[in-house]
Write a protein that binds this ligand. Structure first.
Ligand code: M6R
Length: 371
């Protein structure tokens, strides 16, 4: 049932304040007068000691689920103190990459039925790793086969393009980071700030959804373009990849997510006054580096659109010569949840304006159960 919406993708984008609330329900413990705020993930609590002892955490997924894990990687590394490596499931299988008994392998999948992710899970189990599932489907193949896990509880997602599941996956992995790091006194303040940020996140998502009309206007400007480049780094490298995936998948427009630190190693050659480039430059530890990227793209007459934190348009906007998307600022590790939402809206509006099927894109299936 699409309710008041015309399409499932549109409904699922706008549902995110509620889906995120459901994802967090019962899992964030506010703490008493002298008790610290903490996180309770029932499906993981008996395995936290083993996870803390592991030599490495390996995130495995495909498509949007991989991107969600990539967005969460920095906070998992920071709070757990354990190195995190990333694996696209098919590539892990193609390489027969090394997985050890001392590894914790985390399988991220909305459907819980993706063939590559499932086979990678079987492979990791054979190699003795502790296998954790992060899925949206109770009773799915991945949920059943993993040793333990967390349901993302985002509610049924019907649009082939994953939207609300993406933001809920990031939130679940941020909570996983909090739970694994829960025994470290030195990061307690940081953890409490993130928990406060999580509690307020649905409000911030409501605010950013108000950009719907602006994103429609931006889509009108971009609808006849051949291509869109998206530059991100740090927490928002994943946002760049995920924006590009959405634009390709539903709007059938070429788009590429680029790690901004790689700009001078090739992509800069593409820059001219025609090719639209979206730069994600919200305020975090990478901000000044992104400001310099913007300057360099501008110096080459790039056709820029910049996403920045609210109130910082002047610091990134090149004296009004480029279009700016201002978003509310949240805790750095949660910013990818906020930043992707206008870009989901952009992909949605581009698709409608270009006249394509937004819920059932050409050639794609919701869950990829064959290899
Ligand atoms: O169900 P999964 O999360 O395992 O699916 C993985 C990908 O097939 C999926 O995320 C795909 O990339 C989406 N359609 C993207 O919107």
């Amino acid at each position: 049932n699409k309710g008041n919406y015309e399409h499932y993708m549109q409904k699922e984008i706008h549902e995110q304040p509620a889906s995120l609330t459901t994802t967090m329900r019962g899992r964030l413990i506010r703490g008493g007068s002298c008790k610290a705020k903490t996180v309770l993930l029932g499906g993981l609590k008996d395995h936290l000691k083993t996870i803390r002892r592991s030599r490495r955490i390996v995130f495995v997924g495909c498509g949007t689920s991989y991107n969600a894990a990539l967005a969460a990687r920095p906070i998992v590394e920071e709070l757990s103190g354990i190195p995190v490596t990333m694996e696209i499931a098919s590539d892990l299988l193609d390489r027969q990459g090394l997985i050890y008994r001392e590894d914790t392998a985390v399988f991220v999948s909305q459907s819980g039925e993706t063939a590559d992710t499932f086979q990678a899970l079987e492979y990791a189990k054979e190699n003795g790793a502790l296998c954790v599932g992060i899925t949206n489907t109770v009773g799915s193949a991945i949920a059943r086969k993993t040793d333990c896990g967390v349901h993302i509880n985002a509610g049924c997602e019907i649009g082939v393009a994953s939207t609300k599941a993406y933001t809920s996956q990031i939130v679940v992995m941020a909570m996983l980071a909090l739970a694994v790091g829960d025994d470290t006194i030195s990061s307690q303040q940081r953890r409490e700030a993130i928990i406060d940020g999580l509690l307020d996140l649905p409000n911030k998502v409501r605010e950013v959804l108000k950009l719907d009309k602006d994103m429609k206007d931006l889509a009108k400007l971009l609808m006849n373009e051949q291509s869109l480049l998206v530059f991100g780094r740090g927490y928002n490298y994943a946002t760049a990849l995920e924006c590009a995936l959405k634009v390709k998948e539903v709007a059938l427009m070429h788009s590429e997510g680029i790690l901004a630190g790689e700009m001078k190693h090739g992509p800069l050659a593409l820059v001219d006054e025609n090719l639209p480039i979206l730069v994600i430059a919200t305020h975090d530890a990478c901000f000044s580096k992104q400001q310099s990227v913007i300057q360099q793209l501008h110096a080459r007459k790039g056709h820029l659109i910049v996403m920045c934190s609210r109130g910082e348009a002047a610091a990134v906007g090149l004296g009004g010569s480029c279009r700016v998307i201002e978003v509310p600022q949240v805790e750095d590790c949660l910013q990818p949840v906020i930043n992707i939402i206008p870009l989901q809206l952009l992909a949605y509006h581009l698709t409608i304006l270009r006249g394509f099927n937004v819920d059932q894109p050409r050639n794609l299936a919701k869950s990829v159960t064959t290899q």
